[in-house]
Design a protein around this ligand. Structure first.
Ligand code: GMT
Length: 382
């Protein structure tokens, strides 16, 4: 199949899922074309069957707000026509679903060919931004005009159906993990550098948006630190990072916390971590938690959104209500203070992560593409 993938190129979850999906499909012999405004963060080298089409700037003095949607649409039309795509898969509804619809209509008018598009809903496109009334109409329209819709958890499917009037079935296809990359490796030299006196290593990764509640991580860590020697790795960057740095300075625990910024090889840091904390105010799936579990790191998380579909209470970690810092700290200590307990949680985390192996999930996307292409053959073109 010739597949066009539209995504945000950032370190955020939707971009990671889109890129790993494209690379996985290319490995299986499909031709994959990534279309976005910057090289996707996880597309770091040459891959057979993979092309990248950059959407350029719409730079003209008249444009106080450069019309990215129009530039993207124009690039989509070009790639669909000249690379003879079979199907388009757009990740994150805003603005990709409506832009794909427009491109589809332009190509149909210019060539008579109907190219179906699938929209994958990732989370904040529905929960935060999509339900903001100023975005709602185009998002609902884009969802309903998609030839196929997927959501990354049962929670997100229900939430979308609750917030929008959805005319078609939404297929749940979970986030996935590639064990060829995410599995525990021996990085003892990292452990010695980070925690020279055998301290426990706790980790958080995110884009430091307010929804991630990264400041809760620091407060939970402060309580852990009161009971056992530990180090905290804060990975990623974003709007709340400075506040988090200020918080750890004001409570005087900076020597135990390292802000490492954006990192490419997260798996090497997970390899030396004992616990992962994700106290988000909302999370449609929680890919970061799955990556941790694949590397045998138990998870302390909130019990919100799709997290209960990933983190199993008392088995792979623990969950608490959003903002329950005391509860999360107590659960963390419950795991960390007993080596046998920690070993069991590590093993359980790995077993649970295996359910989301790329080998199980990628064929679900391939089957869905085939199903949509088949439907389109039998659908009257309008
Ligand atoms: O976590 C973010 O805010 C980034 C966001 C994105 O779309 O880039 O992530 C969302 O998509 C991920 C991949 O499907 C999910 O694993 C995350 O749970 C989801 N984030 C939220 O719902 C907050």
């Amino acid at each position: 199949m010739k597949i066009g993938i539209v995504c945000y190129p950032t370190f955020g979850g939707s971009g990671v899922v889109a890129t790993e999906l494209g690379l996985g499909l290319a490995k299986k012999g499909h031709n994959v074309h990534f279309i976005t405004y910057r090289r996707p963060a996880r597309l770091t080298s040459f891959h057979e069957n993979v092309s990248y089409h950059e959407v350029g700037d719409a730079d003209y003095p008249l444009f106080e707000y450069p019309p990215y949607d129009t530039k993207l649409c124009s690039k989509l039309v070009d790639v669909i026509k000249y690379e003879s795509l079979d199907i388009l898969h757009v990740h994150y509804a805003i603005p990709h679903a409506t832009v794909a619809y427009l491109a589809q209509k332009i190509v149909l008018q210019e060539t008579g060919k109907y190219i179906p598009f699938i929209t994958t809903l990732h989370g904040t496109d529905i929960t935060l931004v999509g339900s903001d009334s100023s975005f709602a109409s185009p998002v609902q329209f884009g969802i309903n005009r998609s030839d196929g819709i997927t959501a990354v958890s049962e929670y997100l499917k229900s939430k979308t159906e609750e917030v929008f009037h959805v005319e078609n079935d939404i297929r749940v296809v979970y986030n996935f993990i590639d064990f060829a990359r995410f599995s525990k490796s021996n990085k003892d030299h990292f452990r010695r550098a980070i925690a020279p006196d055998g301290e426990k290593i706790i980790m958080h990764t995110s884009n430091f948006r307010a929804v991630k509640r990264a400041d809760d991580v620091i407060r939970i860590f402060q309580k852990i630190l009161a009971k056992t020697p530990a180090k905290l790795l804060m990975i990623g960057d974003g709007p709340e990072r400075q506040n988090c740095e200020n918080l750890c300075r004001s409570i005087g625990i900076c020597n135990e916390i390292r802000f490492l910024g954006k990192q490419d090889a997260i798996e090497e840091l997970l390899a030396v971590s004992d616990l992962f904390i994700l106290p988000s105010g909302n999370e449609s799936f929680g890919l970061a938690a799955l990556e941790a579990m694949a590397c045998e790191v138990p998870v302390i998380s909130s019990n919100i959104g799709g997290l209960p579909e990933v983190n199993i209470q008392g088995v792979t970690g623990y969950m608490r209500d959003v903002g329950d810092i005391d509860g999360m700290a107590a659960d963390a200590l419950q795991i960390l203070l007993n080596e046998n307990n920690l070993a069991q949680f590590r093993q359980n985390a790995l077993e649970q992560a295996k359910k989301f192996s790329i080998d199980n999930i990628l064929p679900q996307y391939e089957a869905y593409y085939a199903e949509i292409l088949d439907t389109v053959v039998h659908k009257p073109v309008v």
